[in-house]
Design a protein around this ligand. Structure first.
Ligand code: SF4
Length: 331
């Protein structure tokens, strides 16, 4: 199976006048080396040479959260640099991420003109008190309005949420999940809030006024949210932050394989369900080759949990088994 790939560029929002609690303004404004036409050309040429490159599954992605709020000339220059690769079908499209209050008919027309296919909105929460406490500067209703307009213009819609923000809790995060489901986005990203240096959240942690989620709470919650989205046919394309610099980490549920922790938890639940019809004893569980580590769990935690319940299991890779499936046989 060929998976989706992005040729990604981070576009910081220089001169941003918002004060999102989780954002390190100083590191953003101190950033040098904004990508230009040559950078885009070079990155595409490098990607094309990769053995696993697939035109149909690769997009040029402008991430950073505020693409349509940056300087308009610079935004159009970036699009003009990327669009030729859409026209000659080197990539399947262009993906951008932006703020819900930076979407209107005019900017959507520009994005359409230059081959943008997918727009992701950093919604973060659908609870106005949480949005306000975290300095987002937009409301849940902006998310609803922007989402409707994005769909009307025929773009693929992605929504991003953060769990465990300041003044949020599991109930409010679940509310956000249910509001997202009503909007029916094509994709969702779920980011547990991680506290980084030089942010308002870091100062709140220092004063003892904010405690981020623990890793196990974040895994439990995100796993439940993943299942709810999946039930509704909404693809969760990311759970957990990408790599962060060690020196920037202050607190919170960051883990290099956060998504795998959630997948392992889901596997364990399914394994218990499957083993229900078996009496306690020793079993071999055959899984897709690529999912052996997910099935075993971090530090063999799934095998331990099964064994504590009376099922001594071995996980065995089998190339004939599809991802997500497994077969249980007596050992
Ligand atoms: S995350 Fe918030 S504060 Fe940071 S650049 Fe984006 S809008 Fe501005």
């Amino acid at each position: 199976m060929v998976s989706h790939a992005n040729i990604s560029f981070f576009i910081p929002h220089l001169g941003c006048n918002h004060r999102c609690s989780f954002c390190d303004q100083r590191s953003i404004t101190g950033q040098t080396g904004l990508p230009d036409r040559e950078d885009i050309k070079a990155a595409v040429n490098t990607a094309v040479r990769s053995k696993r490159y697939s035109k149909e599954n690769t997009e040029i992605a402008f991430f950073g959260g505020s693409f349509t709020a940056i300087n308009r000339d610079y935004m159009i220059n970036l699009l003009k640099s990327a669009y030729p690769f859409v026209l000659d079908k080197t990539v399947s499209g262009i993906r951008i991420s932006t703020r819900p209050d930076a979407i209107d008919a005019e900017v959507l027309s520009i994005l359409k003109e230059y081959g943008v296919t997918a727009i992701e909105l950093g919604a973060q929460s659908m609870d106005d008190s949480v949005l306000s406490a975290n300095g987002r500067g937009h409301t849940a209703s902006d998310v609803v309005k922007a989402s409707a307009l994005i769909k009307e213009y025929g773009f693929s819609l992605g929504l991003q949420m953060m769990t465990g923000l300041y003044k949020s809790d599991s109930e409010k995060d679940l509310y956000t999940v249910n509001e997202f489901i009503k909007i029916k986005p094509d994709t969702v990203r779920i980011y547990p809030t991680v506290v980084l240096r030089n942010t308002a959240l870091a100062r709140l942690v220092e004063k003892g006024e904010y405690a981020p989620q623990t890793l196990s709470d974040a895994v439990n919650d995100c796993t439940e949210y993943y299942k709810l989205f999946k039930e509704q046919g909404i693809r969760v394309i990311r759970m957990g932050l990408h790599q962060i610099k060690q020196e920037d980490y202050v607190a919170g549920p960051w883990h290099p394989a956060f998504s795998e922790l959630c997948s392992s938890k889901i596997f364990l639940e399914k394994a218990f369900e499957g083993l229900k019809i078996f009496k306690k004893g020793s079993y071999n569980i055959f899984v897709c080759d690529r999912e052996i580590s997910v099935a075993v769990g971090q530090k063999k935690c799934n095998l331990r949990a099964l064994s504590e319940a009376g099922y001594n299991c071995r996980i065995i890779g089998d190339s004939s088994i599809s991802a997500g499936d497994f077969i249980i046989k007596e050992a």
